[in-house]
Write a protein that binds this ligand. Structure first.
Ligand SMILES: Cc1cc2nc3c(=O)[nH]c(=O)nc-3n(C[C@H](O)[C@H](O)[C@H](O)COP(=O)(O)OP(=O)(O)OC[C@H]3O[C@@H](n4cnc5c(N)ncnc54)[C@H](O)[C@@H]3O)c2cc1C
Length: 417
């Protein structure tokens, strides 16, 4: 476990779940690893996600028919999508690319790429969780997606078929079976799909913190600093320039989530990243809770029993990275909660907003730079960064060791845009 003298010196920018998993894998393989973050590990987007770990979550955000859905969602103030109109001119080019990715054949190709990334998630997490004593944070009790009408269920058919294409079993349940599985849910759902092999993390922030602590205990270097840019030599970047000065580098991994774009630009590539701002509320004493993660397809809200209470999360708000949170969206999650779990106690709840780092094609940027041999990318995991982080870290370790990657990285190239 101790860093060897023969490994490489690797600098990772960003200690969210993605950067921290990359750091853990690289340290495990004997490299000397420095993980830099301007804040605490996991304190940004990885802090407040819903904890869903769903290997068969292989449905891109843009699916066929989304053009019909968007106007409906936007016209509903309670709907799952909100655009701050002053942000529209800025995000329009991204939106057009996003819509172009929604054709049936394109969506199927994206789904195949997501399958390669997401299916191994539990296996790829396992060695890290075991080393760090964190196996107890993962619950593999399945995920239940509920529908209030047959029409809503039929609307999801394409997505259910894509999930089945991965080979996982998707059970279709009726109202009675839903009640037996999750008695706390209101009797308002007529159909559900259930994936038994899915699961959730009971404490996404605790996961990153636990991995980072283990990393430091085993010789990894964790620095609190802001990376501003790079100093270049004849073969690529030779140093990172931070708030506290210049730090020489041998190999660098950009894993700065939503903030990766500025760094990547300096490294010669422009990646269209848009924040899908999402909100959560966490109820410390909910009184009623489902036994497993439940997703409401009608409201696009996820409900997860966690260590610190019941978390309800969802919504996509396009308003840029700098706009302050609009906590009316978080309050709407409470309304959904009250309908789905009657008698829910919201007293003492906390609210949070985070930036899902989204590319238009729902695929992260993962792999080596075609420009510089010492630069690697691991960002843009959008709605699925907790899910995709483990295989991402494994692949980054394979590439840096000079081994062939255990999956096809072509769809994830940095220069695909
Ligand atoms: C409401 C909501 C629900 C979600 N639910 C799920 C779910 O159920 N399952 C799932 O898989 N995913 C989910 N996600 C998505 C998931 O949380 C993200 O994809 C993931 O957290 C992204 O991780 P990251 O490490 O790339 O980014 P982050 O966690 O944002 O980490 C990036 C880090 O880089 C640091 N950084 C940035 N720039 C610099 C710089 N210049 N110098 C130094 N440090 C820098 C930041 O401080 C930050 O710590 C959800 C997201 C939201 C918002």
């Amino acid at each position: 476990m101790n860093p060897s003298t023969s490994g490489r010196d690797v600098t990772i920018i960003g200690a969210g779940i993605v950067g921290t998993v990359c750091a853990s894998y690289l340290l495990r393989e004997g490299h000397r690893v420095t993980l830099i973050d301007r804040g605490d590990p996991g304190a940004q987007t990885s802090f407040g996600n819903t904890g869903g770990i769903s290997p068969a979550s292989v449905v891109p955000v843009a699916t066929p028919g989304i053009l019909r859905d968007v106007p409906k969602w936007l016209s509903d103030p309670e709907g799952p999508l909100h655009i701050k109109w002053s942000h529209l001119p800025k995000c329009l080019p991204w939106l057009l690319r996003f819509l172009r990715a929604s054709g049936t054949e394109r969506a199927k190709a994206i789904s195949r790429a997501l399958t390669a990334l997401n299916m191994p998630t539990f296996d790829a997490y396992e060695p890290l969780l075991r080393d760090a004593g964190l196996l107890h944070l993962f619950h593999r009790t399945g995920q239940l997606t509920v529908y209030k009408s047959e029409e809503a269920f039929e609307h999801e058919r394409f997505g259910i078929d894509l999930r089945r294409d991965t080979g996982v079993n998707v059970d279709i349940l009726n109202a009675d079976e839903i009640r037996q599985l999750e008695p706390a849910l209101a009797p308002i759902f007529v159909k559900a799909h259930f994936i038994e092999t899915h699961g959730h993390c009971k404490n996404p922030f605790g996961l990153v913190q636990g991995l980072a602590e283990h990393f430091v205990r085993n010789g990894g270097i964790l620095l609190r600093d802001q990376v501003k840019g790079f100093e270049f030599g004849p073969h690529g970047p030779e140093a990172v320039i931070t708030d506290s000065g210049r730090r020489p580098l041998d190999t660098v991994v950009v894993a700065a989530g939503m903030w990766s774009d500025g760094l990547t630009r300096q490294l010669g590539h422009k990646v269209p990243l848009e924040s899908h701002r999402g909100y959560h509320v966490t109820l410390p004493d909910p009184r009623f809770a489902p036994r497993r993660m439940v997703l409401s397809a009608d409201y696009k809200v996820a409900i997860t029993p966690m260590e610190m209470g019941l978390r309800l999360a969802g919504t996509v708000e396009l308003a840029g990275v700098d706009a302050p949170p609009d906590y009316r969206r978080a309050e709407k999650l409470l309304k959904v909660g009250a309908e789905v779990l009657p008698g829910l106690n919201a007293e003492g709840h906390t609210r949070w907003m985070g930036h899902r780092p989204c590319t238009p094609d729902s695929l992260p940027v993962l792999g080596s730079s075609p420009k510089f041999p010492n630069v690697y990318y691991a960002f843009g995991h959008g709605h699925q960064g907790l899910l995709g982080a483990s295989q991402t870290g494994k692949v980054i370790a394979e590439l840096i060791a000079g081994r062939p990657a255990s999956m096809d990285l072509e769809p994830f190239r940095v220069d695909r845009f």
